[in-house]
Design a protein around this ligand. Sequence first.
Ligand code: ZN
Length: 405
Amino acid sequence: MCLTPAVRTGELFDLLRDGRPWTRAQLADATGLARSTITTRIDTLMRLGLVAPFGGARSTGGRPPALFALNPTAQLVVGIDVGATHARAALTDLNGSILGEVDAQLAVADGPGPVLTWVVESVRDLLAGSERPIGDLAAIGIGLPGPVEHSTGRPINPPIMPGWDRYDVPGHLQAHYPVPVLVDNDVNIMALGERRRHLRDVDDLVLIKVATGIGAGIVSGGVLQRGAQGTAGDLGHVRVPGADDVPCRCGNTGCLEAVAAGPALAAAVRALGEQAETGGDVVELVRAGSQPAMAVVRQAGRDIGEVVATMVNLINPSVVVIGGQVAGAGEHLLAGIRESVYQRSLPLATEHLRIVTSRAGGEAAVLGASALAIEHVLSPEVVEAASEALAAADAAAEAGLQRSL
Ligand SMILES: [Zn+2]
């Protein structure tokens, strides 16, 4: 890759953030910048703490360090996953390595007051536990179980979150921590977390969460796709064939969620004479070998597969990850999904397609919330702004020195 000579500090850092060590010569080759310019910009990044000599400083011989890499412990972020009835927060470094974790049984329906109070306290406790100062916190990422307008961080008409409509989540948290606060929906952060932990080299993937509702997080060309308003991937209310008479909580009929999400599966299993209240109960029955539960889950897989087949044709992912509570039914669910997808999608789109269950599981969301924060902190724009602020401070100090002479 050869960038233009106009490459700035933030863009130079974009090369270094992959974590591999680079020499000045390699950076000069990759950017087209002069070695002297590289040296100046590396100095700036080292003063910001974002870059460090690789393998420790070399003191012998007084030679400057030869290799440089991202310094992942320079700053910290907190990733938070707020679910319907639970919440989890994790303190991570800039590699996404978890340094501390807390969780709680917490109802999102209690409203933003109690939930965000828990968040504020958790951030404080995590920092205290790591013995790092509050100044080391660079950003907070948070996932919520409803639609979020990404540009403002506000939930918009979230169906299971009374009191949260258009609530200023970033503003609330920034009154306690003056750092960027990134908010997204739970499925998007799960997709980011799964990718960061297990699918780093996969640029085109879809994560489908099958739980009380159904939704998808879409990564295309390595970038999370939110759409114009942030509602991309809302699969739950796509119509599936053969379900025209089934009412959905959204007011329509025949929605995927109405036939294949946890509550629908529990109802279908009950109709076959088993006991089940939630999708989790259905998963337990499948694991215990219940034939009716297996049949219901397999049919849900086929219904989900009908919609996934259309997605596969539209966006051509290389991996489809199935996550959420119902994914615990494993192969029984996957078999149904594969059946529909391979039947209905174009052969070229499915030739190398993998359909798998989530490996990050319960950690995917909190890892993804951390990834959302890290992406922001390490973005070329934010690093460039920090280096310009440093240069301005240097210039001001220099001017002050001149005046005092
Ligand atoms: Zn619906």
